[in-house]
Design a protein around this ligand. Structure first.
Ligand SMILES: Nc1nc2c(ncn2[C@@H]2O[C@H](COP(=O)(O)OP(=O)(O)OP(=O)(O)O)[C@@H](O)[C@H]2O)c(=O)[nH]1
Ligand SMILES: [Mg+2]
Length: 193
C-alpha cells in the first residue's frame, strides 16, 4: 500500500428522509434532487481529498434509514472509522432518535475514542418548518457524546463542504497522529472548528 494514501470507512446514519443521501450527493456532484428516493440497504460513494502530498480516500456508506432495513444495518457498521449521524430540523422525532442510532452503532463499534462521531442538523433552509430549535439544547446534547455538531442544508449546500472537511480533520487527528506532523499548519488552520 502507498503510504501517501489512506482509506477510511465513514457510515451515515439517521432516520429515513433526513437527508443523508442528499448531503453526499451535494458534496460529490453539487446537485440536489427534490424528490425522495429512499436508499435500499446501503449505497457506497467515494471521495478523495488531497491534503499536502497525502490522499485521504473516504468510502462513504450511505445507510438506509427505513425501519425495514434494521436487521441488516448493523452488518454495515463493522469496521467503521467514523460515524455521521444526521437528523432533520423539521422532524423532532429524528432528533429524539439520534440516541438510538448512536447506541446501535456503539454496540457494533464500541471503541469510540478512536472513532470520530459527527452530529448533523440538516435542512436548515426550511427555517419556517423548524421543529428542533437552534441553540443550546442540541449543542449541549452534542457536547456530551459527539466530537462535532454542524448545521447544514443539502439543498443550498450551506456547510456541506465544511462537514466533509471536519470529518477529514477529525480522522487525521484521531487516526493518523503520526501524519499530522507532516501536514502543513495551514491545513489545520483552514478548517472551521
Ligand atoms: N429543503 C430541504 N430538503 C432536503 C434537504 N436534504 C434532503 N432533503 C429532501 O428530503 C428528502 C429525503 O432526502 P434523502 O437524502 O433521500 O434522505 P435519506 O436520509 O437518505 O433517506 P433514506 O435513504 O430513506 O434513509 C428528499 O425529498 C430531499 O430532497 C435539505 O437540506 N433541505
Ligand atoms: Mg438515503
Amino acid at each position: 500500500m502507498n503510504e501517501n494514501e489512506h482509506t477510511f470507512k465513514i457510515v451515515f446514519l439517521g432516520d429515513a428522509a433526513v437527508g443523508k443521501t442528499s448531503l453526499i450527493t451535494q458534496y460529490t456532484t453539487k446537485t440536489f434532487h427534490r424528490e425522495y428516493l429512499q436508499t435500499i440497504g446501503c449505497q457506497l460513494n467515494v471521495a478523495e481529498i488531497e491534503v499536502s502530498d497525502i490522499t485521504i480516500r473516504l468510502i462513504m456508506w450511505d445507510l438506509a434509514g427505513q425501519p425495514r432495513f434494521d436487521a441488516v444495518r448493523k452488518l454495515y457498521f463493522l469496521g467503521s472509522d467514523a460515524a455521521v449521524v444526521v437528523f432533520s430540523v423539521t422532524d423532532l422525532e429524528s432528533f429524539v432518535n439520534v440516541d438510538g442510532w448512536l447506541q446501535a452503532f456503539q454496540r457494533v463499534v464500541p471503541s469510540t475514542d478512536q472513532v470520530p462521531l459527527i452530529l448533523v442538523s440538516n435542512k436548515i433552509d426550511l427555517d419556517s418548518q423548524r421543529a428542533v430549535k437552534r441553540g443550546e439544547e442540541v449543542q449541549k446534547y452534542a457536547n456530551q457524546i459527539f466530537h462535532q455538531l454542524i448545521e447544514t442544508s443539502a439543498k443550498t449546500g450551506e456547510n456541506v463542504p465544511e462537514l466533509f472537511s471536519i470529518v477529514t480533520r477529525l480522522l487525521i487527528q484521531y487516526r493518523m497522529a503520526e501524519l499530522q506532523e507532516r501536514l502543513s499548519p495551514f491545513f489545520f488552520s483552514s478548517f472551521a472548528s
